[in-house]
Structures are given as structure tokens and as C-alpha cells.
Design a protein around this ligand. Structure first.
Ligand SMILES: C[S@@+](CC[C@H](N)C(=O)[O-])C[C@H]1O[C@@H](n2cnc3c(N)ncnc32)[C@H](O)[C@@H]1O
Length: 258
């Protein structure tokens, strides 16, 4: 996996994006900031940039959480249309209310489904780009989801995701498997960048780039994330322990369907 180049500090214009009502739940990119909303926004921006999102795009955003990224793709990248996919119907209802409040109902919508069960062209027949911010490690399985994308997307469509990977090909031991289960990560998804790269190439995806951003995401979260709530604290503690043992990494992944 290639190493990330040093990045300039977060654009100050991002610091207030979506605040004060932001509801991001990703791990964040903490380069140059210790503010959670700024870090969460910055991680999504990296995914949007990796997908080269722009005004002509019809975007499918898998696992969009409470929808902050849906707004970001329109307001920062100027995309034409976005559809989010999120499994919990109650979360989807809340996102619909937020979309209406943002005045974006003509360009943004959401459907309730698990990502692995809904091919991108069924979400948006004119899809040109797929994004997934900090969630594919939950899918059953991540590889099945990538396979579905490779089989369904039209030629030229771009895919970008940020994702947790193993740092190397070591077999995950019982402690890691236990932590993964507690974090909702199926054991099949505990693979490293070389395994993922080989699988994506076999599926016919091209222009593949996997960039390691573990230091700015995982170490940043472990150091700066607010210690509020049990889930945040357990996640911070687990990431610190796994990083100290050199077991996990975090990747920015980009591919094109040729
Ligand atoms: C860490 S959160 C990231 C949410 C959002 N992308 C963000 O940046 O704030 C992971 C998200 O994955 C969603 N998720 C978990 N399993 C999923 C699945 N099988 N299909 C789609 N979404 C899933 C969760 O509901 C949650 O919203």
C-alpha cells in the first residue's frame, strides 16, 4: 500500500461545515485538527476527492449514516444528484427530514437497505460514482460488495472508499477477532491491502490506488476523539491497543470500472 504524502492543515472553511447540526459518525482524518466535526468532514472530503466527484456526477453513497456526506457532495463538490443507502429505516427517516431542512430534496434522497443487497444501478440508473466513508468493513462481506460494484457499474464509473484493513497478512488472533466482533466487523473482512488489491484486480477494476492513512485516521482518533459515551471510549481504547501492536491500518481506496 502506498504511503500518504504529508497534507496541508485542514481548510478552515471546512471547520464549520455542517456545524452545529453535524452528525458524522466516521473515525475522521485528524491532520491539523483536534476537532471531531472538522476531522470527520476531512475524511469524507478525502473520499470525495479520491472519487474525483464533480458537477456531472450522479453519486451513490453507501452507508451514509445521518447524511452529512450527502450534503457535502452537493455543496462542496457540486454533484448533480446523490442517493444514500443506509440499513436502518428510522435513520433514513431522520435523514429525509434533514435533507428537507437543507432544501436539497430535488437533488438528494436516501433508500433503506444493506449495502451488499442493493446494486448501484438499482439505486440510481445513471450512477457515475460510488463512495463509502468508513463503513465497508461492516459489510457481509466487503468483498461481496466490491464484486457487486464491479459487476454492475457502467464503464468509467469511479469508486472511492475509506476502510479499516489489517496491517499485514498475519492471521488475526482471538483478541483481534473479539474486538472486531464487538465493532461489528465480520471475521471475513479482516484482510490486508494485498489481499484486497488482488481481489479487486481479479474483478476487473482498474487504476487501483490504495493509500495508507492509518496515522492520520486511527492514531488521530485514538489521540483526539472526545471520550464521550461508552462506544467512543471503547473504540479509542481498542484502536490504541491494535495500533500499538502494529495490527491494523486504514486505507483510502480508489478504483475505476473500465
Ligand atoms: C462509522 S459509520 C459511518 C457513517 C457515515 N458514512 C459517516 O461518515 O458519518 C458506519 C455506518 O455504516 C452503516 N452500516 C453498517 N452496516 C451496513 C450495511 N451492511 N450496509 C449499509 N450500511 C451499513 C451504519 O449504519 C453506519 O451508519
Amino acid at each position: 500500500m502506498s504511503r500518504s504524502h504529508p497534507r496541508p492543515p485542514v481548510d478552515p472553511a471546512l471547520l464549520n461545515h455542517g456545524a452545529p447540526d453535524a452528525l458524522w459518525t466516521n473515525l475522521g482524518d485528524w491532520t491539523g485538527t483536534s476537532d471531531y466535526t472538522a476531522a470527520a468532514t476531512a475524511l469524507a472530503v478525502r473520499v470525495g476527492e479520491a472519487a474525483s466527484l464533480g458537477p456531472g456526477d450522479s453519486v451513490v453513497d453507501y452507508a451514509c449514516g445521518y447524511g452529512d456526506s450527502l450534503r457535502l457532495w452537493v455543496e462542496r463538490f457540486g454533484v448533480r444528484r446523490v442517493v444514500g443507502v443506509e440499513p436502518d429505516p428510522q435513520v433514513c427517516e431522520r435523514v429525509r427530514a434533514r435533507i428537507a431542512g437543507w432544501g436539497l430534496r430535488d437533488r438528494v434522497s436516501i433508500v433503506a437497505s444493506r449495502a451488499e443487497l442493493l446494486a448501484p444501478r438499482r439505486v440510481a440508473a445513471d450512477v457515475t460514482a460510488v463512495v463509502c466513508v468508513d463503513a465497508a468493513y461492516h459489510f457481509r462481506t466487503r468483498l461481496a460488495w466490491w464484486q457487486m460494484l464491479a459487476a454492475d457499474l457502467p464503464a468509467g464509473a469511479r469508486v472511492a472508499a475509506s476502510d479499516i484493513l489489517m496491517a499485514d497478512r498475519r492471521r488475526p488472533g482471538p483478541a483481534l477477532r473479539w474486538i472486531a466482533r464487538a465493532m461489528g466487523i465480520p471475521a471475513e473482512n479482516l484482510v490486508d491491502a494485498s489481499v484486497l488489491r488482488t481481489a479487486l484486480i481479479e474483478q476487473g477494476l482498474q487504476d487501483l490506488q490504495l493509500t495508507s492513512i492509518g496515522a492520520s485516521v486511527l492514531d488521530g482518533f485514538a489521540t483526539h476523539a472526545p471520550r464521550r459515551g461508552l462506544a467512543m471510549r471503547v473504540t479509542g481504547y481498542s484502536l490504541r491497543a491494535l495500533r500499538a501492536r502494529g495490527m491494523i491500518d486504514y486505507a483510502l481506496i480508489r478504483a475505476i470500472r473500465r
